[in-house]
Design a protein around this ligand. Structure first.
Ligand code: MG
Length: 350
């Protein structure tokens, strides 16, 4: 009886995993070569759903905090794993924060449900897989020589995303290094690195004449008045990243930014991400779907939503060399969904 009962209950397992980056990756605040992650599985009825927490250090979560949180998640008390409206709020209420650990549970449950139904999530949401966007390829802060090499490596991508924000001279040198190789459109992510709004405006005006198409997070995340000032004068659209976290942070950005960058690891997963996209649209905001350095598990989850996005920045799995999953791929620069149920991921042979 006990064995029968436990086979019908949802079991949750988790395991720390360290993502190894292909290249050291520099943003305005730091440079790193690995990203800590946590791989999560839920199992019931002989089916396994996969999820993942990717935790770049600047977001404050660690493998330890994720393990402490996930140990408290008891899915066996929920009779019906389809009842995400009951389960996910209960998981969310266990602790404040822990957004990536919560996302891992959300992803694994979505994967399990899709597998149980035999349907990929893009179909459950009514989306056309032909409408996935192109994705940008991200180039971190580096020397002009390395930036030029990475630009050549990014040949299949039709848009490049560059990390700026350390100093005006370094920012201009990086753009000039790219322009020595290609005239492709560039998106810029300043990662809050510009602190003076007048200087930021001068930089954006310079970037606009160098083929940059939008700017992500030009100013520190809480400087909304200065960002609104900048938006009123900027020749390029401004997209919120660090200024937006979860659903409740979207509405205040109307009139401040032109769009938002939705990331599963910030917003606790697919359920909330889908709502953020809907709310952003209703507010007239553009939508970008972004990622951390992640395995193909979380990237495939975001890819399921991507036909709803204006822009995608879903190159996270391309930046690591030990991806344990196969799933959504980037083909000729475009997000490409596999015809598999759930999140569309399978484990690679070890
Ligand atoms: Mg960003």
């Amino acid at each position: 009886m006990h064995a029968f009962r436990s086979a019908c209950q949802m079991q949750l397992r988790f395991q720390p995993y360290t993502l190894e980056l292909r290249h050291a990756f520099g943003i305005a605040s730091n440079t790193r070569t690995t990203t800590p992650a946590m791989l999560v599985e839920v199992e019931r009825d002989g089916l396994i759903g996969y999820g993942e927490a990717a935790m770049p250090p600047y977001l404050g979560e660690t493998q330890q905090t994720a393990a402490d949180f996930l140990r408290r998640v008891d899915l066996t008390r929920f009779a019906d794993p389809f009842q995400l409206e009951t389960i996910l709020p209960a998981v969310d209420a266990l602790a404040p924060g822990n957004a990536a650990a919560k996302a891992a549970v959300d992803l694994a449950l979505h994967d399990w449900i899709g597998k149980k139904l035999g349907v990929p999530w893009f179909r459950l949401w009514g989306l056309d897989p032909a409408k996935t966007p192109v994705t940008s390829f991200t180039i971190g802060i580096d020397t002009p020589e390395v930036v030029r090499a990475k630009t050549r490596e990014a040949a299949p991508y039709s848009i490049l995303k560059v990390k700026l924000g350390r100093s005006p001279d370094e920012d201009r040198a990086i753009i000039e290094a790219i322009r020595a190789e290609t005239d492709k459109p560039i998106s810029v992510d300043a990662n809050q690195g510009w602190t003076d709004r007048e200087a930021a405006l001068r930089m954006i005006e310079w970037l606009a004449v160098h083929g940059v198409v939008f700017i992500e997070q030009p100013l520190p995340k809480d400087r909304l008045d200065d960002t609104a000032w900048l938006r009123g004068r900027s020749p390029l659209p401004l997209i919120a990243d660090e200024s937006v976290q979860r659903l409740d942070s979207v509405a205040r950005l109307r009139g401040v930014f032109d769009g938002i960058n939705v990331k599963l690891m910030k917003c606790t997963g697919l359920r909330e991400a889908h709502r953020m996209v809907t709310l952003a649209r209703a507010l007239g905001l553009k939508v970008m779907l972004g990622c951390m350095t992640e395995t193909s598990c979380a990237i495939s989850a975001a890819a399921q939503l991507s036909p709803l996005a204006d822009w995608a920045d879903l190159d996270g799995a391309l930046l690591i060399k030990n991806d344990p999953f196969d799933g959504a791929r980037i083909v000729d620069g475009k997000v490409t969904l596999p015809d598999r149920p759930g999140l569309g991921v399978i484990k690679r042979p070890a």
